[in-house]
Write a new protein. Structure first.
Length: 73
């Protein structure tokens, strides 16, 4: 069940500002998570290695490696 909230009168601008900041953070987080997931999938598909998320955060792929992962999907 979803909860619905109504902004009090006079707080619409502040609520919109908070919402915009939260949306920006979520977008940054999505890109970060997608990068880590691409690294995990690359190593699984092409190197037959299991990489944990903690390890993937410190690893890098070349552009060609990233592109090869996205082509498979």
């Amino acid at each position: 069940m979803q909860d619905f909230y109504i902004c009090q009168d006079g707080y619409e601008a502040k609520a919109a500002s908070i919402f915009e900041e939260a949306a920006k953070k979520l977008m940054k987080d999505m890109h970060y998570e997608a990068r880590a997931q691409a690294i995990i999938e690359f190593y699984a598909q092409y190197r037959s290695m299991k990489v944990k998320k903690e390890e993937a955060r410190t690893m890098n792929l070349t552009k060609d490696q990233f592109m090869s992962v996205s082509k498979e999907r």
